[in-house]
Design a protein around this ligand. Sequence first.
Ligand code: FES
Length: 99
Amino acid sequence: MQPFPATQKRLILVCTSQKNLEDPTLCGNCGGLELHAQLKEYVNQKGLGKTIRVVKSGCLDYCGKGPIVSIQPENEWYNRVTREDLKKIQEKWVDTIQH
Ligand code: FES
């Protein structure tokens, strides 16, 4: 195993867990999947798909507070993210990144 320099400058994790389709407290059942799709499309439209990786994550252990979005490596976390919130996340974490 060897460390290597990542090509991405930022990872954005969006919890999309649906380990139980009947459980509305899971992020994938309360909007996480839609947020992931919207954010990924936004990043790709900006031509930043290789710079910012938008990743579907499994459960991040904040069930009931979702959807959860985590920004790495800055380690900033957001809970109960709405479509309106996503615009703010895009402005802060996508629009400002250097290519
Ligand atoms: S399902 Fe998203 S934090 Fe658990």
